[in-house]
Write a protein that binds this ligand. Sequence first.
Ligand SMILES: [Zn+2]
Length: 966
Amino acid sequence: MSKKKTDLKIDNFQTRLDIPKNEHEVLDYWDETDAFKKSIEQRPECKPYIFYDGPPFATGMPHYGHILVSTIKDVIPRYWTMKGYRVERVWGWDCHGLPIENIVEKELGLKGGKKGIEELGIDVFNNACRTAIWKFDKEWEQIVRRIGRWVDFKNSYKTMDTTYMESVWWGFKNLYEKDLVYEGRKVILYCPRCATPLSNFEIAMDNSYKDVEDYSITIKFKVKNTKNEYLLAWTTTPWTLIGNVGLAVNPEANYIKVKQGGDIYYLAENRAEAVLGNDFKVLETLKGTDLEKIEYERLYPYLDIEDKKAFYVATADFVSLDDGTGIVHTAAMYGEDDYGLASELDLPLVPMLDEGGKYLDFVEPLKGMFYKKAEKWVVSDLEDRRLMYKTDKLLHSVAHCYRCDTKLYYNAVPAWFINVQKLKKELVAQNEHIEWYPEYLKHGRFGKGLKTAPDWNVSRSRYWGTPMPIWIGEKTGKIRVIGSRDELRDWAVDPKKLPDLEDLHREFLDDIEVWVDDKRTEKGQRIAEVFDCWVESGSMPYASVHYPFENKGKFDKSYPAQFITEYIAQTRAWFYTLHVMSVGIFGSHAFENALTTGTILAEDGTKMSKSKKNYPDPSIIFEKYGVDALRFYLMGSSVMKAENPSFSERDVKEAYLKLINILWNTFSFYKLYCDSGEVVKEVAPKHILDKWLVSKTHSLAKKLTTSLDEYDLVAACRYLQDHVTDLSTWYLRRSRDRLRDDQTARETFGWALDQLSRLIAPLTPFLAETIYQNLHTKTESVHLTDWPEYDDSEIDQQLEEDMALVRKVVELLHSARQKHSLKIRQPLASWSVDKAHGTFFKNKLQLLEVVAEETNIKNYLPMSSDWYKPNVPTNTFIEHGGDIATKTGVLKVYIDTELTPSLKGEGEAREIIRKIQQARKKQAIGLTDSIKVTLPDWPEDYTDYIKEKTLAKSLKRGKEFSVSAG
Ligand SMILES: [Zn+2]
C-alpha cells in the first residue's frame, strides 16, 4: 500500500501554524521526494565542494555540542549546494580506541585490566567491542535527521572497516618509508589502569586536568662520610623515592650550607626562609656547580643498578627555584626531565612498576602494591628513619585519564613515534594555506601548537584498534612494515595459514609471521601494539574512501578539502592529526577552511553535565520552539566565534518569536491578502517602499553571500534577523493598506518573499521549505533551487540610507507624541527637523508621505530662519530629539502640539472608528459587511468619514454604543 504523500501546502492561513509539527512534515516530504539525494546528484561531479566530517565516537549519545557542529555541517553544505557545487556528505563512525574498550570491560565485568582481557581472549573481547558500538547509532540517526542535517547514513564509513584499516596501513607505511617513524623510549603521561601511554593532545583535550591533594615533602639525603650533613630535596611524588638515583641542582643559582638545630643542610639560598623559617645560621654560600658530584647515601636498596654510577649531585638547567628547595630528586624513569638527565649522565634506568602501576617484586616491602597506595608507607618510613625534614599536603592540578579518570603519571615506556620534529617546518609552512575562523587561531592556538608539538606517540598497548603493521625479525631485529593486504599475502611465511584477510583486527593477525628480509631467510613477529585511534581519524580523508586502493582519480583531484568544522579542543586533536598525516603523506595541508567553535556551557556557566541535568533536553527544545529556532540561535551565538557562552533557552525562544514567528506571520499576511497565484520572477516597483524592498532584498543577498563565503555565520544571522525585522515592522506595517489594491506592490512583496525563502534555506531549512512550497503552485524542494544572485545595480544605497533616516525621524516623532501624551490616533498639524537634516527632506515627497502616514502628522514644515513666525505660534512647536546621532550630526525633530478644533474632531472620529471596528470583530461581522451603529455622540463634521471607514449604513444617536449587522 502506498503511503499518502506529504503535502506542505497549507489550506488555512488564518489558523496559527504549529511550527514543530510542520517541521516533521517537512522531514517526511524530504524523505518521500528523496530531496537530499537529488540535491547532490543534480550538481556536476566536476564541481565538487569537499567537506570532511570529523566522525563522532560511536559510544555516546549526541549532546548540544554535536547538535552545534552538526548544524554547521548542514548549513555550509546546503549553501554551497545552492551555489551549484556537488557536496557529498557521508556519515562516519569512530569505532576504535579506549572509550569503547572501557565500556566493554565494564560490561563484561573484567577485572585486572589487560590481564582480564587476555584471559578472556582477544577475539572474544574484540567481538564484544564490535557489537557494543551499535548501541547508539539509531539515536544518532534520529537526532541528526530531526535537526535537519542532510547526511548519508546508509553508506557511512567506519574506522573498523577493513578497507579503512588497510588505508591506514598504507598511510603509515608511506611515513615509514620517508623515515618519519621511529621506535624509542619516551617519558609520557601514562594511565596505569588502561596500561597505556596517552599522547599530548589527548591530554590537551578539555577536562583532563583536575585539582587533587598530594604530599609535599622535604627529604634529607645524607651526604656520604659525614655525621650530620644533609641535602634537602623536595617532591610531590613520594612513591618515586624508591627509585631515586640522583639529585639535581641549578648550576647558576646560589646555594647555602646552614646549621639548624644539630644538623647541617644544603639548599638554595632564595628558598631557605620558605623551607627553614628564620632560625638558622648560614655557614657558607656556594654556587650550584660547587655541589656537583657530592655523593649521598641511597634511600632504598631495592633497585639493581648493576655497575652504574649513581647517588650523587648533578647540575641541570631545568631545576626551578620557584618552589621546593632548589634541589630536585630524580627517579630516572618517572619524569620527563629526569629521564633526559639520566640518559645524558648514564644513570641507571630501572623500571620499578609493572604496566598496571604496581611495584615489581624486587621492591620487597611494597611488591604488588599500587604506586599511589605506597606513598603513606614511604612517608612514615622516612619519618621513622629521621630522614623527613617536613611533611605537608598541597592542592595542585594533575592530568587524569580522559577515559577512566585515573590519575596519570610520567613513565618511560617503549613506543613508536611519528617524527613530528622532522616535519615541523613543513607543518608550519602548510598552515599558512589554511584559513581559520576565528582567524587568530592560525598563529595562536593551532600555530603555536604546531611549533611546540612533541613527537607523536602512535602506539597503544591495547586490543580494539588497527594493529600496527610492523613485523620485527627474530634474529637481527630487521623491520618490515606492511602497507596493504596484498603485501601481507606476499610476505607471509606460510600463505596457507593466512586467513582471508576480510578482517585485520588483532585476533586475525597476531599469529601471522612475515619474512622481514627480501631473501626470505628471517621470520618476524608483529609487534603487539595497535594504533592510537587518532591516527585513524587523522587518516580519514583517504581511509574513508579506501584510497589509494579505490577512488584514486577522484581523491587526487579533490584534495585538499574545502571545509572542516569542530570545536576548539580539536585544534590540538583532530585538526592537528589531520594536518600531520596530510603533510607527512601528501606534503600538503588537508583542508582550506577550518571553522572552530567554542563550547556551550550550561545556563549557570558550568560544564553541561548529564548527571547534573543542568541543561534542557534537546528533544524538548526541538518540539517546543522548532529546530529552525534552535539552529538560528546556535549559528548566531558567540560559540561560533570560539567563545564559551551559556546555553539560553530564552534566546532560543527569542529566535522563535522574532525570526520564525514574525517571518511566518508576514508570509501569512501575503497569503491571505496578496497572493494571486504564482510569484513573478522580475518586478518593476513604483512606490518608494517597494523600491526600497527590492534594494534591501538584493542587499541581503549580497551580505549573506559575502558572510557565508567567509564562513561568518554570526554575521549572516544578524543580517537575516535585521531584514526580517525591517520586512515586518516597516515594509509590511507601512504597506498593509496599499497591498490590498496595488498589484505591483503585491508582486514585489511576493518576489521578495520568494528570494527570502531561498536566502534562509541554509540556516532555517524547514521554514524555507514551507514558505517556498506555499509560494509556488508546482515545485520541487527549495533546496534544489539556486542561491539568489544579487545585482549591484538594483541596490540603491542612497534610498536605503534615506529610509534609515526616515525611520529614525519616525522613532523620535513617536516618542515626542508619547512625551506629550498625544495618542497616535490624534492627528497633528506639522513637524520639522533641525536645519542640517532639513536639507535631506527637500523634494523627498514620497518619503514625507511615508512619514505622514506612519506618524499621523499632516505636514512637514521645512526649517527656515522664520519658519515659525507665519505658520504657528512658537510655544506650540516643541523640540524633541537629540538621542540619535547620524552622519549629519545629532538629529532633532519638532512637533506642533496645538490641537485645533478640526484636528480634535478628526482625532475623536478615529477613536470612534477604532471602537466600531473592534465591536465588529468581537461580533464576528465580516470586514466587508455593512453595519448599523448607535453612538451617544460624534463630531458632526466627520459623519461621512466615519461611515466610509466603517462601512456603516447609518449612524444613530443613542445612549448605548452598539454595532449590528445590516
Ligand atoms: Zn585510563
